[in-house]
Design a protein around this ligand. Sequence first.
Ligand code: SF4
Length: 456
Amino acid sequence: MIRVQSVAPDSLGAELGLTPGTELLAVNGRALEDFLDWEFLTADDRFVLGARMATGQEVEFDIERPEGLAMGVTLEPPRIRRCGNHCDFCFVDGNPEGLRSPLYIRDDDYRLSFRYGNFATLTNLKPWDAARIVEYRLSPLYVSVHATDLTTRRWLLRNPDAPDIIPQLRWFAERGIAFHAQVVLVPGVNDGPVLERTLGDLYGLGAAVLSVSVVPVALTEFSKRGLVREPTVAECRAALAAVDRIATRALAERQGGGGGPWCYGADDLYLQAGEPLPAAEWYGDFEQRENGVGAVRFLQTRIAAAVDRLPDLAGKRIGVVTGKAMGPLMPQVLADVASTTGGCFELIVVENTLFGSSVTTAGLLPGAAVERALAERRDLDFVLLPAEAVNDDLVFIDDIGADELAARVSLPLHLSYDFADVLGELGTRNAERGTDTPASRSAFPLPRSAFGVGQG
Ligand code: SF4
């Protein structure tokens, strides 16, 4: 059974009388377990829906959906599948006290992998789940592989029952499911020959593996550092060399099929190796940018695409908040925006005071650290904050709301994914009004959904 959270006006759901709290029981006699059943089983134009209304009455609706009319039903959030692994590098175990409660949930959920691109290990799949992935064609899935050597993978996941990943992926591949894979690089464990084997084994699965990323392990001050450590510069370079070898092979052997380099190093891997990032073209469709792969080049591409909409910001000072990871890379991006708009963009690199300085991603910045960084600033016209640092309710990881933060600092704040979103909208608005007004009030767009913070 799944429960309705809200119903859009003028939708089929509203016409049927569905309301918040209505229990959706079955479609065509098949019991509904979660949002996947709901979406796939109600995709047809005709179906029978069994529901328990807010009054307690059970009703069967024989539905013939008029073309173009949406059900308009938002479901209550799903119960997230918990992770049965115990990776030493898990962010959740490395979380300090006092964060939003969902951040203590270790999710390992193939449904969120399909829907949101969260990485899952597939170690907790029951036969019923596997059949469902195939039946609903949940493809592509995002899979944390880490190592294809079974002993190494089980060691990394701290799970003696983790299945052998290559036969598991092959079984799905034979049934039409594709994957994006990631390897979280733990030096001395899954680098060197283990990494070479992992990349070779995944490559051997053929077209079903769409891309592979190699991401250096990130640890917090609360992580179990006795067992894992961050890679050195030399280890990052060696990993990049392994990435390059298989990417060169993929480009030579698969280019005819339209494939790109196939294997990518995360931006952070280049940064830690002290090597330059590849050009934007290297990343194709930027399919793993949410995983920090090609994120910088993606930003630059977005800005270039929005160039006609960007406002004239001559004489304006704009603050850009980011984490330490993007600090060295961001000037490349800001130079593009500054030259297009004429504005003066100041990079404000904020250290993560909650997790410790070793956690450098902007997405985990606490509101309190941003507040401290902006507290004395009176010289900026407005500030762009990383939108990925807040959840759907616009709350930072330390429970400070974006509104609350805006009220505490005396500067207009804007959540932005790629600069082009906020600046482009400002440019369009100014063009309509015939003014060159800067963004004078805080405004917060809705961020994308995000669940969990485990590293894989
Ligand atoms: S890192 Fe991912 S797979 Fe490992 S324990 Fe955490 S949530 Fe589970």
